[in-house]
Design a binder for this molecule. Structure first.
Ligand code: HEC
Length: 816
């Protein structure tokens, strides 16, 4: 089913993050060097250095095509081949590229293509240094013989002009138990389902043009894409997809109540989709232009973890389920320009984004078991923004050992939000009680960012290459807004702004400097060593103020964060049957807060003076090919994080205002996290007809938070393991049988029952699938599938358990 689509606010810094670039000074300098080298290379070639032509009769498909496929087509085929040179047909190969003719039939010693692959011309070695394997003397000999013998090409039947494939499917699923949980876990609904599982149509009206239409049409799950392209002209692409995401709507679970959990009993789901059109122009020797429009949407309602309080008169626990209606839309207009010439590439990407989100939450705020009085908070929020961004990027392989790139991103955002909250009295219709609420009709935000980046890569030299990069970002954000209260009296007037109007201001200035360095060493036989480092300094100035009659609030905080991320590792494969890799990472972040001004108490977060987190990770992987029919892999990972904080001393209990020694303010260990993750997999092909594979993985993790003697803060710990088996067996040339089984079990809990709720989950999940497939004739095959699912969740006393059976039949049709 659909992969998770993330829509909504995207980082305005994407684009420039991929730091590739060039300093104009270096560019000019290297252009000069380049011109010099090019004039040198025009000099006579010493043909005696060329390997001799092979003395056999060359067969294109057997001798030449594999060389092109392995070493050349990556760059010399498709829509925008390097140097406008395609090695995809005899006609194209003979036509030459930007530099003119490359193959002179019958004259291999004088053909530039041979000079390039024999690496006789500096900076025109093919494949380029570090981007493939230099051809052997034998391969060059074959290419020479092929040119001398007249450049024969494949005489196979031409590519099919038309192809069609469709797979209708129909099936039935029955679920006993919690069908909402089934929908959430398996992204499908019970009962009948069917449609087109897959369809595809491919047409080649001519050699250099192509039309494809493909997609899927099932219940609540659609996808269509259409693409038409013509080499050296352009393309048109259209796509639409939509899928449904389901939510289980049960809230929390408290074993001590007579009614120990609640369900809203609604079919909670969201439809998530995306439609896009792209128009591209790919004329040779001109910048490529892609103009695109994209529309993303999400609508429906989802479950939230804002569980409301339920009481039995003595105990109150937050277990009443929460739900939220959501409508989200994004319109994106983009223009991408790209230009590549010899060693340089320049691109500019413009992006305009309109975003719109509105939500409505209805949360239970008080409910007493055995009564009908439930009160709600109804919160409606809306946000819309307009964001524009431009990214400019240039890079170049200046010489065979020097690559440089540079980029600049500018982005600006203006956003409007509003919020309206009303508290409805118990049994909302009881008009004898007052109800009240508050609203922030207009919250405005503006943000502007500039990001510059430069990077370079030097080498490889003696197997050593070094990359360096630096990026600077400046962001400024300002926000203003107002808020007020209202009160509705029973049978009486509505008082707007009954406590006056609040004004809110918030300003943020941020500057981030990032430096990166990476080293790679490949000179040790069969081994690669690498080390990378990233250092980041972030300076933040934040000012917040609220004036008016309800909450007076002001603070001004400067924060500076230093971040260090160091990694090192190796990869080795001394025998073809064994490969081993290891990696270590140390990640450290430290923030100093300077609270220049704070009014109203010592509220969080103006209470912290310093904090630090230190993270270490080790990982190792071993792959063993024990026999041609048995491949195995083992991996192990360990991660640990330590959190520390320092605060102002707290010597009164905020709840009772009595003196208490809460903290002296010194460096405190705030928490620790540690996890072990191990996995093993094996693939077996004992006979040609059978294929078996299995994976086992295990994870154990533990998070401990400084509890300060509170029962509500318990360690969060547990383990998860999963096993997957799958196998295929060919009964005969036309019939195959396949089966898979997966099991996962987790017991991850936090026992905070005395002071709050037991959170976390204890579950066992099984799924089994068996399928039979039979080819009826050249164009048709049929398939039958049976699936079984079972889910138990002891941590919610079986409320979420289900068992399901499903049968599906498919027909695959292929033309011609
Ligand atoms: C990683 C990409 C890459 C690979 C792989 C590659 N090339 Fe190239 N090729 C280029 C680039 C870039 C140029 C343009 C170089 C220039 O003009 O400075 C080029 C240019 C050429 C040219 C000159 C085309 C013209 O403009 O007339 C020929 C011929 C050529 N390559 C042949 C080959 C062959 C044969 C192979 C495989 C053995 C190969 N290339 C593999 C990137 C590649």
């Amino acid at each position: 089913m659909g992969e998770e689509l993330v829509i909504g606010r995207r980082s305005e810094h994407s684009g420039a993050g991929k730091s590739r670039a060039i300093i104009p000074g270096i560019a000019l300098f290297s252009l000069a060097i380049l011109a010099l080298l090019q004039s040198l290379s025009a000099a006579e070639i010493d043909e005696s250095k060329l390997p001799p032509p092979a003395e056999t009769q060359v067969d294109f498909a057997r001798d030449i095509k594999p060389i092109f496929q392995a070493e050349c087509l990556r760059c010399h085929s498709g829509e925008r081949p390097k140097s406008n040179y395609r090695l995809t047909s005899r006609e194209e190969a003979l036509k030459g590229g930007n530099d003119g003719l490359d193959i002179l039939p019958g004259q291999s010693a004088r053909s530039p293509l041979i000079h390039y692959v024999a690496r006789l011309i500096p900076d025109l070695e093919m494949p380029p240094d570090g981007k493939g394997h230099p051809l052997t003397g034998e391969q060059i000999g074959l290419l020479r013989a092929w040119i001398d013998q007249g450049v024969s090409w494949e005489t196979n039947a031409p590519e099919p002009k038309f192809e069609f494939l469709a797979t209708p499917i129909v099936g039935f699923t029955s679920v006993s138990g919690d069908s909402h949980k089934f929908r959430e876990l398996y992204w499908q609904r019970e009962d009948w389902n069917g449609g087109l599982d897959e369809f595809e149509m491919l047409a080649h009206p001519s050699l250099d043009s192509k039309l494809t239409v493909s997609g899927r049409f099932l219940l609540d799950d659609y996808k269509v894409s259409l693409e038409s392209r013509k080499n050296e002209l352009g393309f048109v692409r259209f796509g639409w997809s939509q899928y449904r995401k389901y939510f289980d709507d049960t809230g929390g679970f408290y074993p001590g109540f007579a009614t120990n959990s609640f369900s809203l009993n609604r079919d909670s789901h969201e439809d998530i989709g995306k439609a896009s059109v792209d128009l591209g122009l790919t004329l040779p020797n001109l910048p490529s232009i892609v103009l695109g429009y994209e529309y993303q949407y999400r609508a429906g309602n989802e479950s939230t973890l804002q569980w409301g309080p339920v009481s039995d008169g003595t105990t109150t626990k937050n277990i009443y389920p929460g739900n939220k209606e959501v409508s989200e839309r994004v319109n994106i207009l983009k223009l991408d320009l790209g230009f590549e010439r010899e060693k340089f590439s320049i691109s500019d990407n413009v992006r305009l984004e309109w975003y719109d989100l509105s939500t409505r939450r209805l949360n239970g705020t008080s409910y007493t078991l055995g009564t009908t009085n439930i009160s709600f908070a109804d919160a409606r929020e809306s946000t819309s923004y307009l964001q524009g961004a431009n990214t400019f990027h240039v890079d170049g392989q200046l010489t065979s050992w020097l690559f440089a790139s540079g980029g600049y991103l500018y982005s600006k955002l203006t956003e409007d939000s509003s919020m309206n909250v009303s508290y409805l009295n118990p049994a909302a219709l009881d008009l004898t009680l007052p109800s009240w609420g508050w609203q922030a009709p207009r919250l405005e935000l503006e943000r502007e960012s500039h990001v510059f980046s430069l990077s370079t890569r030097v080498g490889p030299w003696q197997g050593l290459s070094l990359s360096l990069g630096v990026q600077q970002e400046w962001t400024r954000q300002t926000g203003v807004g107002t808020a007020s209260n209202s009160l509705t009296l029973p049978f009486g007037p509505i008082y707007e702004n009954w406590l006056g109007i609040e004004n809110m201001f918030s300003d943020l200035d941020r500057s981030i400097l990032t430096r990166e360095a990476a080293l790679r060493f490949t000179k040790i036989p069969f081994t690669t060593l690498h080390a990378e480092g990233r250092w980041q300094t972030e300076d933040l100035g934040q000012y917040e103020q609220e004036t008016g009659s309800i909450n007076q609030f002001m603070r001004h905080t400067d924060a500076s964060t230093d971040l260090k991320d160091l990694r090192a590792g190796f990869n080795t494969s001394p025998w073809t049957r064994v490969s081993l890799s290891g990696r270590y990472r140390h990640y450290e972040s430290e923030t100093d807060y300077d609270h220049l001004l704070k009014k109203t108490g010592e509220g969080y977060p103006a209470f912290l003076r310093w904090r630090e987190s230190i993270n270490d990770e080790y990982e190792t992987k071993l792959a063993l090919n024990l026999a041609s029919w048995l491949k195995t892999g083992l991996s192990y990972q360990y991660r640990a994080t330590d959190y520390h904080v320092a605060s102002y001393p707290v010597t009164t209990n905020p709840a009772t205002s009595l003196p208490a020694d809460i903290t002296s303010g010194n460096n405190l260990q705030a928490g620790t996290y540690a996890a072990h993750i191990a996995s093993f997999n094996a693939t077996l092909t004992p006979w040609q007809r059978a294929f078996l594979s299995s994976t086992f993985s295990y994870e154990n993790a533990r998070t401990v938070t400084a509890a300060n003697g509170s029962d509500a803060v318990a360690p969060y710990a547990g383990d998860i393991y999963s096993v997957i088996f799958s196998g295929t067996y060919a009964l005969d040339a036309k019939t195959s049988l396949s089966a898979s089984y997966s099991f996962s079990s987790g017991d991850f809990t936090q026992d905070g029952l005395t002071a709050g709720l037991a959170t976390g989950i204890d579950y066992h999940q099984h799924s089994l699938q068996a399928a039979l497939k039979r080819q009826l004739n050249k164009n048709t095959s049929v398939g039958f599938q049976y699936r079984f699912y079972r889910y138990d969740e002891p941590s919610s006393a079986g409320k979420n358990d289900f068992e399901a059976h499903a049968f599906f039949a498919t027909l695959s049709l292929r033309l011609p």
